[in-house]
Design a protein around this ligand. Structure first.
Ligand code: MN
Length: 245
């Protein structure tokens, strides 16, 4: 398995309130991205707290077959910690964060998700978004009130319906079987607000090495309106696998 990660404040904002985790282990990797909100640096505190909690919480688990349970527990614990921090400090009273996280082996992926960061799968050149944004616009799509094509331009596409630091806690979760050469990509909304999915797919088709940085640079060339974070992993292609795999 190979990895790639990059995070950048973008061209408009001075601070980077995104945070990420990339934790390789013997037979797989743990990945997370978080996009913090809340004034006066509280967004950075929230996203960092979420990814730290993710690392700590997952470090105590046996890493055999990827399952969503430990990811859900990490998200719930991060939610609790952020709620507590909000009560303890007036400066952090409005903070929260998105978090999309994944646990991968060569054969399988489990994910957990709250907010509007995203998880994509690229298989044989085709890019598919696996997660659904917890935003007002996506909620309207789900209810059939607006067509999916309108969601990317809807004025409330960035208004979240769910995040960490919110009660009651609820997350989306799932699993997927992986194939050799699949690319799993997690990103914050700064990537998709700068680039279309076609543009993202085109950058990814230029090879896996350095893909996260290439995507961040492409988003910056497109104006970099928000903080941009990308973490990605590729399962070993068939021609790079040893005997018996
Ligand atoms: Mn953002």
């Amino acid at each position: 398995m190979e990895f790639s990660a990059a995070s950048d404040p973008g061209r408009v904002r001075t601070r980077n309130e995104d945070s990420f985790a990339l934790v390789p282990y013997s037979s797989g990797v743990l990945l997370a991205v978080a996009d913090g909100v809340g004034g006066s640096q509280a967004g950075e505190v929230a996203s960092a707290l979420a990814t730290r909690t993710f690392r700590e919480s997952l470090s105590s688990h046996q890493r055999e077959t990827p399952e969503p349970g430990p990811l859900r527990e990490a998200l719930a614990l991060a939610n609790e910690r952020i709620l507590r921090a909000r009560q303890e400090s007036a400066r952090q009273a409005g903070m929260g964060t998105t978090m999309t996280c994944a646990w991968l082996s060569e054969e399988r992926l489990a994910f957990g998700h709250v907010g509007d960061s995203r998880l994509y799968l690229m298989r044989r050149g085709e890019l598919t978004c696996i997660t659904h944004d917890h935003s007002v616009a996506q909620e309207l799509v789900r209810q059939g009130s607006i067509p999916p094509s309108e969601a990317e331009r809807h004025p409330q596409r960035h208004v979240l319906t769910r995040w960490l630091g919110f009660e009651p806690f609820a997350c989306d979760e799932g699993t997927l079987d992986l194939e050799p050469g699949d690319v799993v990509l997690l990103c914050t909304d700064g990537l998709v607000s700068a680039l279309t999915e076609n543009e993202i797919a085109r950058e990814m088709q230029d090879g896996f090495a350095g893909v996260a940085l290439r995507l961040v640079e492409a988003a910056n060339r497109a104006g970099g309106p928000d903080n941009i974070t990308v973490v990605a992993a590729r399962t070993a292609p068939l021609d790079e696998r040893g005997d018996g795999q």
